[in-house]
Design a protein around this ligand. Sequence first.
Ligand code: GLV
Length: 323
Amino acid sequence: MKKTIYITRKLPGEIVDKLSSQFLVKMWSEENVPVPRDVLFKEIEEVDGLICLLTEKIDEEVLSKAKQLKVISNIAVGYNNIDIQTATEKGMIVTNTPGVLTETTADLTFTLLMSAARRVVEGSDYLRSGKWGAWSLMQMTGQDIYGATLGIIGLGRIGEALVKRAKGFDMNVLYHNRTRKLEKEEQLGIHYREMKDLLQQSDFVCLLLPYSPEVHHLIGKEELSLMKKDAILINTARGGIVDEEALYHSLKNGEIWGAGLDVFEQEPVSLDHPLLSLPNVVTLPHIGSASVKTRMNMAHLAADNMLSVLTGGGALTPVNSKK
Ligand code: GLV
């Protein structure tokens, strides 16, 4: 008998066709609206595989409904939306989509850095609002990117890809990581710093580490107070890494110069969020990996993980190993 899978969001036809050639596929019918929890509770009961997005909280409550679930394939590299420990205890394999989104996400991270530094969004709004009277010497002046010091917190694949972009701008690159990577320092021409030193010495601080409860609000009042007054914070990782209230006060009071945020603690971020009222913050709707090609590659990798696991081939990119 064919195995059954559930997909929590409407995916492009070629992905569904690929999966339908092997499985009985059920899918939430909306492209832009997440599946309601009560629907997920029902759908997960009888399926062998689940393909989900980062908007689905696959917690203990959801997993407790599953009677025969063997694999959860997340269409994202981050998997903090899934209770890995419970899934592992239940013998479920969890997979993600690393690698295929590395360069695209590094591009967006550098885009945010440049946009914040050179006030791209603010400048465009300024022009359109009719405020552009005459060219003047210090009008819309920002921060230099070339030759500046970039501090990367979390030197994984995306961090390394960001280094390549930074080197093209003659930036001095510092990094902090749980484990020091001596080989990478040599290979990429970068320098390790303790967190405090990195925050004090960097003109740009980019957060590129995975979220876990241990790094919740890693960047708070104290950390922000260590940064330079003309420094810019960029977050393309997960919103929970930054204490948003502390960031708001720091930006508002000129303790740091600007920020570029692709991620928020609550997504979608509410329109009355204080950070959205500040001109020195560039905000994006969690689109780090959002190029047509990369999003398709992510969906294909998620589908291939499902196909491989459920046909006995093992996971291509597992994040746990079966207990
Ligand atoms: C996106 O944030 C991802 O984790 O892939």
